[in-house]
Design a protein around this ligand. Structure first.
Ligand code: NDP
Length: 307
């Protein structure tokens, strides 16, 4: 049986390690502070932001939420980001994506001061990632690196395949694995014979956004498979396409009216050596690493102010 890589457990470890660092900073000067910008009323974004604010509260990190309306302009958001950049008590700025259509998202991400960019999306920090310099690095891939490290999954010299080449997951994931001395291949929607390439992977990371696309015959026996995908099956036909043979899953769908699944086919993981479940795998790590980036940013700022 493959080992289940438990994201909730690793998240708890990461947060437990951050707690004394937050307490020490609070004793010596002030708690770290994260400013979250939630523009408009995207329901999924509201949930993500709520979870981020909750994680701050649990750790003793101060947070503040800015909620400009759906009609906000690029200039108004730039002014808000500028004001947060100039505040000495703000250590991290997180602009929740997606922004309303009329906003030029790239110019907003560019405006966030790189030393407050706790998402690691600013080109300055992307450059540091490419060069192998310290973070902040994007939260989801750095959370996956923590998971691999804590489960002692060897990386150096192994073959890693990352499916997906987005700026927030696929590309930074590939770079982090490369810096850890894996031999890395990046796949995408134009990759020919995806299954054959995936089958070479000792570490397979799926960051696609297509429910169950990675089937059992894509997996090399014994490989560590990491599922970043979060896909909600909304119709019975969608659920049947993956789970026709599994009464238990179909009953779950009928009870809940939807099912959350990853990019790996959840019934075809038997030959893997280790795997992350969905939910409970990669998801919890993303917020933990956001907290970690915020604490690191505050420590750096307070040290710079002291010396
Ligand atoms: P994007 O849509 O930005 O990127 C998806 C990537 O998958 C693209 O590079 C695309 O290729 C590739 N792709 C699409 N179809 C195929 C295919 N048939 N074969 C091979 N590659 C394909 O998504 P994100 O990277 O932002 O997110 C990916 C998934 O991870 C989503 O489900 C998202 O919800 C989830 N996610 C989960 C997080 C978590 O905390 N658990 C955090 C962030 C994301 P191409 O470039 O050619 O179009």
């Amino acid at each position: 049986m493959p080992i289940l890589l438990d994201g909730n457990k690793v998240r708890d470890q990461i947060l437990a390690e951050l707690k004394p660092r937050v307490a020490a900073m609070t004793r010596m000067s002030r708690p770290p502070r994260l400013a979250v910008v939630l523009a408009g009323n995207d329901p999924a974004s509201e949930i993500y932001v709520r979870n981020k604010v909750k994680a701050c509260q649990e750790l003793g990190i101060d947070s503040e939420k800015h909620t400009p309306p759906q009609s906000v302009s690029t200039n108004e958001l730039l002014e808000l980001v500028d004001s947060l950049n100039s505040r000495k008590d703000v250590d991290g700025i997180l602009v929740q994506m997606p922004l309303p259509n009329q906003v030029d998202s790239k110019s907003i991400l560019l405006a966030v001061s790189p030393d407050k960019d706790v998402d690691g999306f600013h080109p300055f920090n992307v450059g540091n990632l490419v060069s192998g310099n310290p973070g902040p690095h994007p939260c989801t891939p750095s959370g996956i690196m923590e998971l691999l490290r804590r489960y002692q999954i060897p990386i150096a010299g192994r073959r890693a395949v990352v499916v997906g080449r987005s700026d927030i997951v696929g590309k930074p994931m590939a770079l982090l694995l490369l810096h850890a001395h894996a031999t890395v291949t990046i796949c995408h929607s134009r990759t020919a014979d995806l299954a054959a390439i995936c089958r070479q992977a000792d570490i397979l990371v799926a960051a696609i956004g297509k429910a169950g696309l990675i089937r059992g015959d894509f997996i090399k026996p014994g490989a560590a498979v990491i599922d970043v995908g979060m896909n909600r099956l909304q119709t019975r036909a969608e659920a049947e396409a993956l789970f026709a043979s599994c009464q238990e899953k179909m009953a779950q769908f009928d009870r809940k009216g939807s099912l959350l699944v990853g990019d790996l086919h959840p019934l075809e993981l038997d030959c893997a050596g280790a795997y992350t479940p969905v939910p409970g795998g990669v998801g919890p790590l993303t917020i933990a690493m956001l907290m970690s980036n915020t604490v690191a940013s505050a420590e750096w700022r307070l040290a710079a102010a002291a010396g």
